[in-house]
Design a protein around this ligand. Structure first.
Ligand SMILES: [Zn+2]
Ligand SMILES: [Zn+2]
Length: 251
């Protein structure tokens, strides 16, 4: 309730702050108009690789106009989530922004990335209903080392951007053990690496859950998270990712 009341205030304050200190485009630093949404200039939006790509609605991999679902790898190796909303490909310049947020501790980049996610979700056709946002969690030790969870920061930005109430639930899905980095592992190894990595401390009965992550590569992390959310009652799980990498990407 209080969050709902504060949202318009936050949005209005954001515009005022934009007047005081105009924002730069997250991708090229060109000055944006106050209140510009999302926080990326039009030239960069149009130039982001894969931003206008036709994608498999379920897994977000590129699809051709003539291809049916049978042609997509997810038709035989079904992911645990139901749909994917992806802003663009994991490629320059978006990859640099994602990396700068996560490893360069540039937390200010969470706002435009969350806004990009919001814009892409709001533009989904047919519309996708979400009841809440769940950020993919870090393990306690990784969170302590990094000091923040970039997916939570992006989810908060997305929720603050949209006009409908969209609660962010950061503590219900938990990562209960550290896992080896996914890069360099085969698809089978990635899945095996994550078994038992997540648990759920609450119920999501009947809810359509938006599962927020920065990059999807094999989809193994999102698949295992979605499996746990569905075991906790989620009616559907929608993967919301800023960048969709191809399966052989190092991300
Ligand atoms: Zn730009
Ligand atoms: Zn697919």
């Amino acid at each position: 309730m209080l969050q709902g009341l504060l949202k318009p205030v936050r949005r209005r304050l954001g515009v005022w702050f934009d007047h005081l200190a105009p924002r730069g485009c997250a991708l090229c630093d060109q000055t944006l108009a106050p209140g510009a949404f999302p926080g990326v200039c039009m030239a960069c939006l149009l130039a982001m690789p894969g931003a206008n790509r036709l994608r498999c609605a379920r897994c977000g991999l590129p699809a051709s106009a003539s291809a049916d679902r049978q042609a997509c790898p997810c038709s035989t190796a079904s992911p645990g989530f139901d749909q994917t909303v992806a802003v663009a490909d994991y490629a320059a310049p978006l990859d640099r922004v994602v990396t700068s947020l996560k490893f360069g501790r540039q937390l200010n980049l969470a706002r435009p990335l969350g806004e990009l996610l919001a814009a892409r979700w709001l533009g989904s056709s047919p519309a996708i209903h979400l009841d809440c946002l769940v950020p993919v969690p870090l393990s306690p030790s990784r969170l302590a080392h990094r000091g923040f969870n970039q997916t939570l920061e992006m989810a908060r930005s997305m929720a603050a951007t949209v006009r409908t109430p969209l609660p962010v639930m950061p503590f219900t899905l938990r990562r209960i053990r550290d896992t080896a980095p996914q890069s360099g592992l085969s698809l089978d190894e990635r899945r095996h690496n994550l078994v038992g990595a997540f648990s759920c401390a609450g119920r999501f009965d009947g809810l359509h859950v938006g599962l927020v992550d920065d990059v999807m590569t094999s989809g193994s992390t999102l698949t295992e998270s979605a499996r746990v959310l569905k075991a906790a009652g989620a009616r559907s799980v929608i993967a919301l990712v800023v960048a969709r990498a191809m399966r052989d990407s190092p991300a």
